[in-house]
Design a protein around this ligand. Sequence first.
Ligand code: GTP
Ligand code: MG
Length: 316
Amino acid sequence: MLIDEINIVIKAGNGGNGLAHLYSDGSRPKGGPDGGKGGNGGNVYFIAVSDISRLNQFRFPKKFMAQDGQKGDQNNRSGKNGDDLTLEVPIGTVINYDNGTSKEMTEVGEIFLATKGGRGGWGNHHFRSATNQTPREFQPGQKTEFKNIFLQLKLIADIGLIGLPNAGKTSLLNELTAANAKVANYPFTTLEPNLGVTRGGRIIADIPGLVEGAVEGKGLGIKFLKHIERTQILLHCLSAESQDPQADYQTVRNELNNYSSTLANKQEVLILTKSDIVTPEKLKSLEKLLKPKLSVSIIDTDSLKKLNDLIATLLS
Ligand SMILES: Nc1nc2c(ncn2[C@@H]2O[C@H](COP(=O)(O)OP(=O)(O)OP(=O)(O)O)[C@@H](O)[C@H]2O)c(=O)[nH]1
Ligand SMILES: [Mg+2]
């Protein structure tokens, strides 16, 4: 199962304590303060990767901590800095802090400093002065806090395929791209979003079918709609085998409208799918009634080429 939302806890490393130490040996019984500084705690970073299932790694465990800095050492040597921790998240992940701030990862390879390690404390060597040559004073390392993070994946695709279950969305994705996602003659075949890349390098997202009441949680609900919120264009797939295509179209529109104005106002292109399933006369009357931009069938390569060209034009 694709994890697209998850809560995790992260923590940067604590700074190491400074050391209080007075040097002495046989020749120099009062060698002076030589306690070094504590090491800095490690930072926690996020890095964006292209693997959309990367949030799955966070299912267990939920706490991710960078290393603490080590305590300062004698001879004014600093303690070792703690190692940083870098967590991979899929491109399109929004990193939400519980104070309301957030950061979106939009490019593969992008690195974000999520929480900074604590500073190491000064050792007593630092506090020596003309008036105090043997300070015992040292500074503790800075302590860091646990931070609650809500990670939310919003796929970044150019085109989103929407429609009722069984409308032929995944079949089109497979035809237009090198994707090989599951297709079957029953509703709710697609349970998780699929992504594919066209020959022209455009990303298409296929999401589970929508039903009336999806916004209230019917069918698979609308939790997948966020994945197409940022696409440029929605391809609304309407099956030629539908008994009442106008009603089917309206059902999907209603769910989009109820979900968000972003989706409701997004450019939509209507595609009549499975055009081979009806007689040419019936197809003509459907086209007259519904005015789709294109009628397609997965067994009509000419129609698929037209769809490919249409996508290229729409996104140019
Ligand atoms: N005859 C014909 N059948 C098609 C065509 N496109 C899809 N199908 C069939 O329709 C059924 C549903 O196709 P899918 O691509 O799984 O439909 P979907 O919209 O992704 O369905 P969900 O994932 O359940 O929402 C499958 O049996 C496909 O083989 C077409 O152009 N012509
Ligand atoms: Mg599907």
